[in-house]
Design a protein around this ligand. Structure first.
Ligand SMILES: Cc1cc2nc3c(=O)[nH]c(=O)nc-3n(C[C@H](O)[C@H](O)[C@H](O)COP(=O)(O)OP(=O)(O)OC[C@H]3O[C@@H](n4cnc5c(N)ncnc54)[C@H](O)[C@@H]3O)c2cc1C
Ligand code: SF4
Length: 517
């Protein structure tokens, strides 16, 4: 193989897909390497059993925990990456998240750039991914240089009632920012039909603003963009100096192929990007590529989350539930000196997906079947920031497999947030004893496997001794290697990470355009 590309991008998710989209109009020759295929459009897309019970769209990959025990990670190898299944809650980090924040278990470190540096890219990301929201409602949100491109998705009656009850109780609920292509002013022409199978499901009608629909599909057929699916990058080769990536080694249809590009951008997801770099060790860089600092794979974060179903006597007939957010506990409060995190809604429970929770449901309401429980549940998602601890890390073994060692941080803050939710439920007619934790969103028995929000394994910074990437997300130690997925996060905040990955990809895209001009 001889062809030389201007840019090779590895991974087509939030980071890589968006970067490809951004660079395509430059006319540069781009190769997008994706290990998965297009996610099939099939009725199973919207069926809870195949999606949540059978894990139809989860990789068969095996990873290992700190004790060498195997588990199946909740990762998704498709064009569009994890965004094919995501809930499309597209939050900006708060301005304070870019600074240092004290937590019960340590410090969430400052980013080398500020909210103001990211703000224009957040606005551009919201435009591209058609984010619906009402700027100014969320009391912790930073300034917007432009309004959300679409009005917020409206609450259905039960959620509106909860929002009103919360406001009456002194809370400040807001409409959650959301990337679905719903046009409520013109429902007959709306691409999104507002259904109950969104968060955690692929969208059968391609109305979710995911990286495949928004970023990759519009590039198909462009003469300067080549997408190769089923192309798993195994390692990167360098020149003798070790400073330039000269070859991207791919396994495809059982064959070894090597591709060459002037610039290589990895965006395989935080764990897999670290895996590729660590598996690229040679005599020149025995600890792995770009890893003189020994930071590649370290500082793994994935949020300290809880999914909670609250059952009430009233029915909850909400179809699309992910419309409400509460950030009253995002920072320290007068009663607690540490941040607790974000509360939002998760996709509506349904009986099929709840099957694994049956014993607890029987305890709570023996007269109720699963259908009753699902009909009455209101479903919450609690996120507490976890810390970038060096010992929380991805390593690889001699066969190149991922090993994930994680000790959870900020459990006290997460438990406090759960306590605050229970108080909230009292204001909304759902007494605390009607609450149970639910696992089905993260269907796996091992919490480690719930790596939907993975980040941090190649953090950016100004000091090559303590970071892998510079502020343009270029590896300090290489001249032509970039990392543009959530690996670059020095800390993760307590809101969902995808919009920040998308905004950053647009920021890095701008830098690359200038570099290649
Ligand atoms: C069920 C679920 C719900 C979520 N909900 C939300 C939400 O509501 N809001 C939010 O902000 N975030 C959400 N997330 C997280 C969000 O999807 C991720 O943060 C985001 O997609 C990360 O972007 P990325 O570019 O780092 O990785 P990804 O989007 O995962 O992209 C990585 C890509 O690299 C490919 N790849 C991996 N290894 C290789 C290799 N060796 N060679 C070639 N290609 C490779 C993968 O197949 C994939 O396409 C959710 C995630 C899940 C799983
Ligand atoms: S709510 Fe809209 S975007 Fe989400 S799955 Fe349904 S149709 Fe698709």
């Amino acid at each position: 193989m001889t062809e030389n590309y201007d840019v090779i991008i590895i991974g087509s998710g939030a980071g890589g897909g968006t970067l490809a989209y951004d660079l395509a109009s430059s006319g540069k020759r781009i190769l997008l390497l994706e290990r998965g295929d297009f996610l099939p459009r099939e009725l199973e897309n919207w069926d809870a059993k195949p999606v949540f019970v059978d894990g139809r769209y989860i990789t068969k990959d095996t990873w290992f925990d700190r004790d060498g025990k195997q588990f199946q990670p909740q990762v998704h190898y498709f064009v569009g990456g994890a965004t094919k299944l995501y809930g499309a809650a597209l939050y900006r980090l708060r301005p304070q998240d870019f600074g240092e924040i004290k937590h019960t278990d340590g410090i969430s470190p400052a980013w080398p750039l500020s909210y103001d540096d990211f703000e224009p890219w957040y606005s551009a990301a919201e435009r591209l991914y058609q984010v619906h929201g009402n700027a100014g409602e969320d009391p912790t949100e930073g300034p917007h240089s432009e309004p959300y491109p679409w009005p917020a998705v409206s609450h259905e009656p039960r959620l509106q009632q909860i929002s009103d009850d919360l406001a009456a109780g002194g809370y400040r609920p807001f409409h959650a920012p959301c990337g679905i292509m719903l046009n409520e002013a013109d429902r007959p022409r709306s691409i999104c039909i507002r259904c109950a199978t969104c968060d955690g499901y692929p969208c059968l009608v391609h109305a979710k603003a995911d990286a495949e629909v928004i970023a990759v599909r519009p590039l198909l057929g462009r003469p300067n963009v080549t997408l190769l699916t089923g192309a798993e990058v195994r390692r990167l080769e360098t020149d003798d100096s070790g400073r330039t990536v000269t070859g991207v080694v791919v396994s495809r249809d059982g064959n070894r192929e090597v591709y060459r590009g002037d610039i290589v951008a990895i965006s395989a997801g935080a764990a897999n990007s670290a895996k590729i770099l660590l598996n690229s060790a040679t005599d020149k860089h025995p600890n792995g590529l770009a890893n003189g600092s020994d930071q590649v794979g370290r500082n793994y974060m994935f949020h300290n989350c809880k999914a909670v179903a609250a059952l009430s006597k009233e029915r909850n007939d909400t179809v699309f539930q992910k419309t409400l957010g509460i950030n009253d506990f995002y920072f320290a409060t007068k009663d607690y000196e540490y941040p607790m995190g974000n509360i939002q809604m998760v996709g509506k429970s349904n009986a099929e997906a709840m099957r694994g929770e049956q014993p607890q449901l029987t305890w709570f309401a023996p007269e109720w079947g699963l259908d009753d429980a699902a009909r009455h549940s209101v479903d919450w998602w609690l996120t507490t920031e976890d810390l970038p601890v060096p010992e929380n890390r991805v390593t690889t073994d001699k066969d190149g497999n991922v090993h994930l060692t994680v000790t959870m941080t900020n459990n006290e803050e997460a438990d406090r947030l759960y306590g605050e939710l229970k108080k909230i439920l009292n204001h909304t007619g759902m007494a605390a004893h009607h609450v149970f934790r639910k696992n089905f969103y993260m269907n796996m028995a091992i919490p480690l496997a719930g790596c939907a929000h993975q980040a941090g394994t190649c953090r950016f910074g100004t000091d090559p001794a303590t970071s892998v990437l510079d502020t343009n997300c270029k590896a300090h130690e290489l001249d032509n290697l970039y990392v543009v997925d959530t690996s670059f996060f020095p800390s993760i905040g307590a809101v969902n990470p995808a919009l920040t990955a998308i905004a950053n990809a647009l920021r890095v895209g701008d830098h690359l355009r200038q570099r290649m001009a």
